[in-house]
Write a protein that binds this ligand. Sequence first.
Ligand code: ADP
Ligand code: MG
Length: 249
Amino acid sequence: MSVMDAEQDGISFRKVNKWFGRMHVLRDIDLGVAKGEKVVVCGPSGSGKSTMIRCINRLEEHQSGTILVDGIEVNDNKVNIGQVRERVGMVFQNFNLYPHLTILDNCTLAQRWVRGRSRAEAEERAMHYLGRVRIPDQANKYPSQLSGGQQQRVAIARSLCMSPDIMLFDEPTSALDPELVREVLDTMAELASEGMTMVCVTHEMGFARQVADRVIFMDQGAVVESAPPQEFFDAPKEERTRRFLSQIL
Ligand code: ADP
Ligand code: MG
């Protein structure tokens, strides 16, 4: 990847390494995600998927190599990490909603305190995105009153309220009952079709086939394979990828 590319919007990993103590969990990760591109990341448990995407908004710090988000080096001490985080939304496996706040307040809190928006402006925006994920009627309830699928859609709406350029998803459907998975994947697919840059850790291979521009397989901290979905599923090059696919498909 050239220096010019680094200036462009999107995400770029160059020779990124990370250790937890003496455990080497990311090994020379090279990865570019262009603006508008959708990348699905899969791989066995413990292969470093979460760590990799958490490094993008510095929820974890890498020790060597560079990670650029829209041209900003995330580990540069001169960079306010807020500049990166305001570009990057993240949705986790367990929704991470505030249980003591209503759905509406979950969606307005960061808008008001991080973005300085007025209550009225924040609420208008929240209602817009709750409408987009098709649960505007749940706005005055508390998280525990919603199904897991609804809670996850709130988490997506809450992220979108902050106007991210990039959305990261870390196994967003793996805590859901099977019948609720579809509604969350549909919401994500819709977001993808609107041009959002997305990195999704998921084992939902139907989603990967339908939505991803590229599928990445990680094993033991390394990117082992990276290919467009059709090639990835129909003609994987690496033995480790084939073995993994035979276990999950
Ligand atoms: P995945 O998301 O692919 O399951 P993770 O990125 O969570 O993998 O973990 C990669 C490796 O790093 C695993 O061996 C895991 O046990 C280890 N690990 C993850 N988080 C920490 C942490 N905070 N401290 C120490 N080791 C960790
Ligand atoms: Mg994980």
